[in-house]
Design a protein around this ligand. Structure first.
Ligand code: FAD
Length: 500
């Protein structure tokens, strides 16, 4: 008999879960869930999270090769390799802090990362919770498709659908940011900028204060800070003005979408106003005693409505309890009957659509998602950027999105103008980092574009959506010499305190 030879102990091959973990990352539905799946992915591919932003995307691409991943890389590669980013060399030595992980903060972060900067995004919330739906201009849809939105969310804008929930858009952009090596921290709130110390023996530059106070980010020095924290902008140095309008009270409400075939048959209402559909609004008034100025209904992950209501109608229906001298007092929670507000919303929804169910979606307070907002005055920043130079260190300050220009939701301009401001800010950072032009010239160009922004619509922008890129000339049709802001007019934007 042949001798029994002892078998070598069986060592199973190291299991490769990379594709599974990447799929979990793609499927994650929350901010924290996405970050946690991303950290697991980093462990799986042996890369320390947020370590080397210059090589991160390439490493990820080399190690994750599922078909989904490959589809995403093929979209991102087309961007990464564009000439204007010069292989990420232009901002290779710059560090950018972005305050707020709303759609515009995340979109700006992507551009800065493509330019090669080390980008840190901080978000004070622990989750993305907004069910409300954003109208997307054609260029925004195209832009998001180029970024690979369809791979990350296959239901992204099919056919002629031109909207997405805010929460979903944030998730898509967050995942792209992480793949590009952008550092994202949730539950970290921006507090203030910390100036470079007078004693420059250590050569310390600009830093920031955060909540929590002892966060490691407070040790990092930044070259650029971008206020993308929405309409209550916390970045100091940006005065704001009010664009007054007639009293405007907007209501948003969301109902659950069960995705039934009966719901699929209900037509969307892409935006109607009293001026053009008097018959509809007069009938609503006759039948319900409700007077609206406009109405939008989108069928998205929820059934979403945004309307502008007349104060008299809200008072007649006891939604607003008592008339008050100021709009803030008028809409204060103590002066609003929440049950009547729900009933008001329900009446509007049942009059304008024929949904089989009207079950309110739940908001992040675990309450039916019905809210009322004041749009009587819209805030806009007096200027879009400035530079401070202290003890030999420059810090470029910019605003983007709602922090720069607050949108009127029923018009659906927020994301369109917001994304334009993100691209404009990134173009400025590029030009400033290149160091070939005078800083005042760059600031003047930025202000020129900012003046155009409130008047932009899909009609006033260039029609050649394929050519849109960082260069403003590819997007704005209206760039004429006579409308250019002059460098003398922006002198106060370099070290503003010296001109105060
Ligand atoms: P936002 O989307 O507001 O994002 C700002 C982010 O900054 C937020 O995530 C916020 O948590 C974070 N942040 C704030 N302060 C700090 C801080 N100190 N530190 C760190 N992070 C901070 N638009 C519509 O067209 N239709 C709607 O129905 C609609 N509903 C909305 C409902 C709400 C409650 C809000 C706040 C906005 C809504 N908008 C709506 C506006 C729309 O969301 C924005 O136009 C769009 O998302 C682009 O905004 P943004 O990225 O500039 O800012």
């Amino acid at each position: 008999k042949p001798p029994i030879i002892g078998r070598a102990a069986y060592v199973p091959p190291k299991q490769d879960f990379t594709d599974t973990v990447f799929n979990q990352f793609v499927k994650a539905q929350t901010l924290k869930g996405t970050l946690s799946a991303f950290f697991t992915l980093c462990e799986q591919i042996d890369v320390r999270q947020f370590e080397n932003h210059h090589t991160f995307y390439q490493t990820l691409k080399d190690k994750v090769r599922s078909w989904k991943a490959t589809a995403l890389w093929s979209s991102l590669d087309q961007l990464v390799n564009r000439e204007e980013y010069a292989s990420g060399s232009i901002c290779a030595n710059k560090k950018v802090l972005i305050i707020g992980a709303g759609p515009c903060g995340l979109r700006t972060a992507i551009e800065c990362a493509l330019l090669g900067a080390k980008v840190v995004v901080i978000e004070k919330r622990e989750n993305f919770t907004r069910n409300n739906v954003l109208h997307l201009w054609p260029f925004v849809i195209k832009d998001l498709r180029k970024l690979g939105a369809k791979v990350l969310y296959p239901k992204f804008c099919p056919g002629n659908i031109d909207h997405i929930s805010i929460r979903r858009l944030q998730l898509i952009l967050l995942k792209i940011c992480l793949c590009l090596g952008i550092e994202v921290h949730c539950e970290v709130a921006f507090q203030d900028i910390v100036e470079p110390p007078e004693d420059q023996t250590e050569g310390l530059g600009w830093r920031a204060k955060f909540d929590p106070e002892d966060h490691p980010l407070s040790q990092i020095q930044f070259d650029v800070v971008i206020g993308a924290d929405g309409r209550r902008n916390t970045l100091k140095g940006f005065e704001r003005k009010k664009a007054g309008r007639a009293l405007a009270i907007a209501l948003t409400f969301n109902f659950k979408n069960y995705n039934s075939s009966a719901e699929a048959r209900v037509q969307e209402i892409g935006g109607i106003s009293y001026q053009f559909r008097q018959d509809f609004f007069k009938e609503m008034n006759q039948k319900l005693g409700i007077t609206l100025e406009n109405l939008v209904y989108y069928k998205d992950e929820t059934h979403y409505f945004v309307v502008t209501a007349k104060k008299s109608s809200l008072m007649k229906k006891d939604v607003i309890i008592e008339d008050k001298p100021t709009i803030a007092e008028l809409l204060a929670p103590s002066n609003v009957n929440y049950d009547k507000l729900k009933a008001y919303a329900l009446e509007i929804a049942t009059f304008s659509t024929e949904l089989p169910n009207y079950d309110f979606e739940i908001n992040h307070h675990n309450m039916p998602d019905v809210a009322m907002f004041d749009f009587t005055s819209i805030h806009l920043a007096c200027h879009s950027a400035f530079v401070r130079n202290k003890h030999g260190h420059e810090l470029l300050h910019c605003l983007v999105g709602d922090s720069l220009l607050q949108p009127f939701w029923p018009q659906g301009t927020g994301c369109g103008r917001g994304f334009l401001s993100s691209l404009d800010a990134a173009w400025m950072i590029r030009e400033w980092s290149l160091g070939e032009r005078d800083t005042l010239d760059i600031l003047a160009e930025r202000e020129t574009l900012y003046i155009l922004l409130p008047n932009t619509t899909p009609v006033t922008l260039s029609k050649d959506l394929d050519s849109y890129c960082l260069h403003p000339g590819t997007r704005y049709k209206l760039l004429k010499n006579e409308t250019q802001v002059k460098t003398e007019e922006v002198k106060h934007l370099y070290n503003p305190e010296e001109h105060a």
